[in-house]
Design a protein around this ligand. Structure first.
Ligand code: ADP
Ligand code: ADP
Length: 225
């Protein structure tokens, strides 16, 4: 059980306060959807947790340890982006194994680990393809496998389904929930969609004007039956 805790977490860009001293504890292994109007600070929050953006003030604790000054690869977090950002000249398998190669992991171990994750996302049969030879949904599965190869305790997803057609979006929701159950890690998922949050979230966190306005079970937050 790894709990993630934000303590007075703040982000400023010059005079703009993008995230204003937010406090929150995310239950270990929960699926959390982060909602709110454009510009309210969702992406900044995610990027600070991932380590792609520095923290102006406050702390990010994972298992009680402040990770906010650690490099992204050493935090126990991984992020999957909106546009997937796969390397176009690398095969699916090499895309997934890329970070292990950077760490100097030997080839056989990289291969085995990458194939194991591709099986998890049902993409092992396409491991030799290039990203351009995949559909949007398939590219997204590869991006998921690539994010998971570092064995994160927290998986951060920035509008991961927004580029998919409605049919695929519904299918990928089911896959994300299955991964949550199988891996037992915490998911923190930024979305614009209430329906998405209702389908996925154990907890919904609503941001507005750089603060957390509301948090709780999806049905309570949306007043749904
Ligand atoms: P959201 O993800 O909810 O749309 P963001 O975290 O992207 O919100 O942005 C929050 C606020 O911070 C907005 O006012 C945005 O314009 C500003 N902002 C975000 N990134 C930067 C940046 N790199 N430089 C300056 N301002 C930024
Ligand atoms: P999205 O709306 O797709 O979530 P954003 O437009 O918020 O993406 O952010 C895309 C990139 O632009 C990010 O790297 C962010 O830091 C930067 N950015 C966002 N708002 C501003 C801003 N007001 N000034 C400078 N950079 C910004």
């Amino acid at each position: 059980p790894h709990d993630l805790e934000l303590v007075k977490l703040t982000k400023r860009y010059g005079d703009t306060v993008a995230v204003d001293a937010i406090d929150h504890v995310f239950a270990p292994g929960s699926y959390v959807c982060l909602l709110g109007p454009s510009g309210c600070g969702k992406s900044s929050t995610l990027r600070m947790i991932a380590g792609h953006e520095s923290v102006s003030e406050g702390a990010i604790r994972l298992n009680g340890l402040d990770i906010s000054a650690l490099p992204p690869a050493k935090r126990g977090t991984a992020m999957m982006f909106q546009n997937y950002a796969l390397f176009p000249h690398l095969s699916v398998k090499d895309n997934v194994a890329f970070s292990l190669r950077m760490k100097g992991v030997d080839k056989a171990t990289r291969h085995n680990k990458a194939m194991e994750l591709l099986e998890l996302v049902d993409m092992a049969h396409l491991s030799e393809r290039l990203p351009a030879q995949l559909s949007g949904g398939q590219q997204q599965r590869v991006a998921l496998a690539r994010a998971l190869i570092s064995e994160p305790e927290v998986l951060l997803l920035d509008e991961p389904l927004s580029a998919l057609d409605p049919f695929l979006r519904v299918r990928m929701r089911a896959e994300l929930k299955r991964l949550q159950r199988e891996l037992g890690i915490t998911f923190l998922h930024v979305t614009h969609g209430q329906d998405e949050a209702l389908a996925l979230a154990d907890e919904v966190v609503v941001m507005n004007n750089a603060v957390i306005e509301q948090a709780g079970p999806a049905r309570a937050v949306f007043n749904a039956p």
